[in-house]
Design a protein around this ligand. Structure first.
Ligand code: DGL
Length: 273
């Protein structure tokens, strides 16, 4: 079984890619909506949430964990691998490498949270792959909350994206990287703003391929194509999460069941089921 987590609905963009590639693999997806957004929080706080969530997912039977959140990957990936050496972790990093390889203009936009831009992971990606490329960064403040609220196309969402993208376009950007797993859900709006000539990179299919390789390497890959069950859990409002799953992934999951779990504030941060 694969464990997948994010602060909220963003990781569903990664789950969608995993489901397309390996439908027979059972999945447990946890949305930490009690704490969304992660992006403005200190890295050590996000690291603690990620540790407790990973422990919980392992207890529930997850063999591989996909950190379907750039912010949690930036804050915690290294520590998770140290803390749970038996469990392989697949993380996210902003897709600067494919962007740098394919840009013609040499100007690449990166949209990610403040915590992702602060982390050592982003610095290392930039150092390794961004030679000779101008990177323009924006945190799209407030965009995660708009997407959590299901506002994929409204005025506020458009304004946040225009403020980020129009100055990048004016500087010659021809490629833009989704450095937060929530943002692929507004790609239609992004593409409207930047035009079809600008390439938008969603790393989810690459993360799904990496997950497949890890499963294969451990001999854990499920056989066949028959869709396996997916458990959805949230630390927030179960009904609101259920509606968003149907809204975002209704074709794949027309009738999701959502379980609600809680943070135990006494022994914070541990999850109780
Ligand atoms: N979806 C997450 C990411 O990829 C986190 C967004 C947030 O909670 O701020 O960074």
């Amino acid at each position: 079984m694969i464990g997948v987590f994010d602060s909220g609905v963003g990781g569903l963009s990664v789950l969608r890619a995993i489901r397309t590639l390996i439908p027979a693999q059972p999945v447990i997806y946890l949305a930490d909506q009690a704490h969304v957004p992660y992006g403005p929080r200190p890295l050590d706080e996000v690291r603690e949430f990620s540790r407790a969530i990973s422990q919980f997912l392992i207890q529930q039977g997850a063999q591989v964990i996909v950190v379907a959140c750039n912010t949690a990957s930036a804050a915690a990936l290294y520590h998770l691998r140290q803390t749970f050496p038996e469990t392989p972790f697949v993380g996210m990093e902003p897709a600067v490498k494919p962007a740098a390889e394919s840009t013609q203009s040499g100007v690449v936009g990166v949209l990610a949270t403040p915590a992702t831009f602060q982390g050592a992971l982003y610095a290392s990606v930039v150092e390794r792959f961004a030679h000779g490329v101008t990177l323009l960064q924006d945190t799209c403040s407030g965009l995660v909350q708009q997407i959590e609220a299901g506002n994929l196309n409204g005025e506020d969402t458009r304004r946040i994206l225009e403020n980020a993208l129009l100055p990048m376009l004016a500087r010659g950007m021809d490629t833009v990287v989704m450095g937060c797993t929530h943002y692929p859900f507004v790609i239609p709006l992004i593409q409207q703003i930047v035009g079809e000539a600008v390439r938008v990179i969603d790393p989810a299919p690459a993360v799904a391929r990496q997950t497949l390789r890890v499963l294969e390497a451990h001999g854990w890959l499920a056989e066949g194509d028959a869709p396996a069950p997916v458990r959805f859990l949230t630390t927030g409002d179960g009904e609101a999460f259920r509606r968003m799953i149907v809204r975002l992934l209704g074709k794949v999951f027309p009738n999701p069941q959502v379980e609600v779990i809680q943070w135990d504030e006494q022994i914070h941060p541990e999850l109780v089921y």
